[in-house]
Design a protein around this ligand. Structure first.
Ligand code: FAD
Length: 494
């Protein structure tokens, strides 16, 4: 039976808009008639260059060839993030994407390591994580021996949107260039009926996806969905981004360096480096932030620093009536753990699973909204951890964060870790145990006691096990080529 296609309009063509267009066309294209409207005059936010490993699964699902994607976006590989000056000035740790050591059914690896350390052996936790060691040695491979390496990418955001646009148009997405001047609602149902464009054009659809960025023209402005402000927990409201020439071969990790009133990112691409500073106008003005940013750049600047203002938080609901917001139109969390593009891709998978083919559905929308909230709050807590878990007292900024009240969900996590090193594997939380422990211990939070598991084995047997694990990592690391050698060879191949 031939079914009429559901008409979908995507408002906005940034990373969110074009990811949405491509995913819907690729996977539901036979059921949907998709139009994307964007305005070159308005442009995109133009940042968003660091990702996390889930992007690989998304690309696989969407049949995006990794080499083609890397060539188009001048991408490099990413094995984690190096955090400098967060726990204390002069301190540094890496939050890698790798698994650390080996877990058992009873407990996680760090408990065995803590027991070893208490008995005077075991060395550094870093020695048990291949991705972390490879990041520091600037090495990379997709696999080390038979072990798959867990990686993500650094990419050129503008090139990524163009890449997705080409792919989307090739599989039937219609693109309309124009400025949305009004969102028209159906007076009886309150649904969105059409978008009024400049030059007297009008676009009708059954379902609308708001990807208009911070403006949130459809969900926020037209449908009046309130914004839940989280800036009491994450006070930054400003960023400045600037591109520089590369001064060294690209390293396979992002750098996040804390300053006295904010933090600075450094993202190495094949052809240039992305840099930026995130700060709170409560503690630092734009001029002072720009001075700090430029003082810490290496390499000649290719662009002028550009100020971007934001409010951390999310819309009360992402889906209302016949409209769902994806990307910045739904909310913003600062890019400390590079989670925004991930949140776009999970929203898309959720939308495709819950798509309202039979017309508006309150239960489907409700399910979507519950899952979205849970996911965003979990990411929010993980980002707050980086600020709260500090011993820095050298500025009003750090004094604010060190002493602020935190969400109950995070307080519960910290209490359990402090007590006995307990971190639970939470199936629906993006961040795994390895992530939580790397950041907590990286910032100086060590448990006061530990699980007894590490004392079940006699010390010599435990030590032998740990030595074996370390040797496994060291041997695999020795076989990996340098990051730049790997990129050159990988991107050259078809
Ligand atoms: P935008 O890029 O703003 O796109 C909005 C679109 O809507 C544009 O096409 C625009 O033309 C269109 N539009 C708006 N109004 C109209 C209108 N009236 N008519 C027609 N079209 C209209 N994410 C990561 O994953 N990793 C990172 O490292 C990272 N770093 C970031 C750093 C900063 C400082 C910021 C602010 C964000 C960062 N992000 C990061 C987030 C990431 O940039 C965004 O999630 C991503 O770019 C998606 O943006 P978007 O498509 O929602 O919005």
């Amino acid at each position: 039976m031939q079914q009429n296609k559901t008409k979908v309009i995507i408002a906005g063509g940034g990373t969110a808009g074009w990811l949405t267009a491509y995913a819907l066309a690729k996977r539901l294209g036979s059921l949907l008639d998709i139009t994307l409207v964007e305005s070159d005059q308005i442009g995109t936010v133009g940042v968003g260059e660091a990702t996390i490993p889930t992007m690989r699964s998304f690309h696989q699902l969407m049949e995006i060839d990794e080499r083609e994607f890397m060539r188009a976006t001048q991408a490099t590989f990413k094995l984690g993030i190096e955090f400098n000056n967060w726990g204390g000035v002069g301190e540094s740790y890496v939050h890698s994407f790798g698994a650390i050591g080996q877990t058992t059914w009873l407990t996680e690896f760090h408990q065995y390591w803590l027991a070893a350390n208490a008995q005077g052996f075991g060395g550094s936790l870093e020695d048990y994580c291949l991705e972390l060691k490879a990041a520091k040695a600037s090495k990379f491979a997709l696999k080390a021996g038979k072990t798959p390496v867990n990686y993500a990418f650094h990419l050129d955001a503008t090139a990524y949107a163009q890449f997705l646009r080409q792919k989307s148009e090739a599989i039937g997405v219609n693109r309309v260039e124009g400025k949305i001047v009004e969102t028209k609602l159906n007076p009886s149902t309150g649904d969105i009926q059409s978008l009024q464009l400049d030059k007297n054009r009008e676009l009708n659809a059954d379902f609308f996806i708001d990807c208009t960025g911070f403006r949130s023209l459809l969900l926020g402005e037209a449908l009046n969905v309130e914004y839940e402000n989280w800036s009491h927990w994450l006070a930054s409201d400003s960023a400045q981004a600037v591109q520089t020439k590369s001064t060294e071969p690209p390293i396979p990790y992002t750098k996040a360096t804390a300053h006295s009133a904010g933090w600075q990112w450094k993202i190495p691409l094949q052809h240039r480096t992305g840099n930026g500073i995130v700060y709170s106008s409560q503690f630092c003005d734009d001029a002072a932030a720009q001075k700090t940013l430029t003082e810490h750049l290496s390499g000649d600047t290719l662009t002028q620093p550009r100020v971007i203002k934001f409010t951390t938080g999310m819309r009360d609901i992402a889906w209302k009536k016949n409209c769902v917001a994806i990307g910045l139109a739904n909310g913003f969390l600062e890019p400390l753990e590079s989670t925004s593009i991930h949140l776009i891709t999970t929203a898309l998978i959720r939308l495709m699973r819950l798509f309202p083919f039979a017309g508006n559905s309150a239960p489907l929308a409700d399910r979507f909204n519950r899952e979205t909230r849970f996911e965003w709050e979990a990411v929010r807590d993980f980002i707050i951890l980086h600020y709260k878990q500090t011993r820095r007292d050298d500025s009003d900024f750090w004094n604010y964060y060190r002493t602020m009240a935190i969400p109950e969900s995070l307080a519960h996590r910290l209490e359990l870790f402090k007590e006995q090193g307990y971190v639970w594997p939470d199936a629906v939380n993006l961040f795994r145990v390895d992530s939580w422990i790397q950041v907590m211990m990286g910032q100086g939070l060590f448990p006061e006691s530990r699980h007894g598991a590490g004392h079940i084995l006699p010390p010599q047997a435990l030590q032998a096990q740990l030595e074996k694990l370390k040797a496994f990592v060291a041997n695999n690391l020795a076989q990996m080529p340098s990051h730049s050698e790997f990129i050159a060879q990988y991107c050259a191949a078809t």
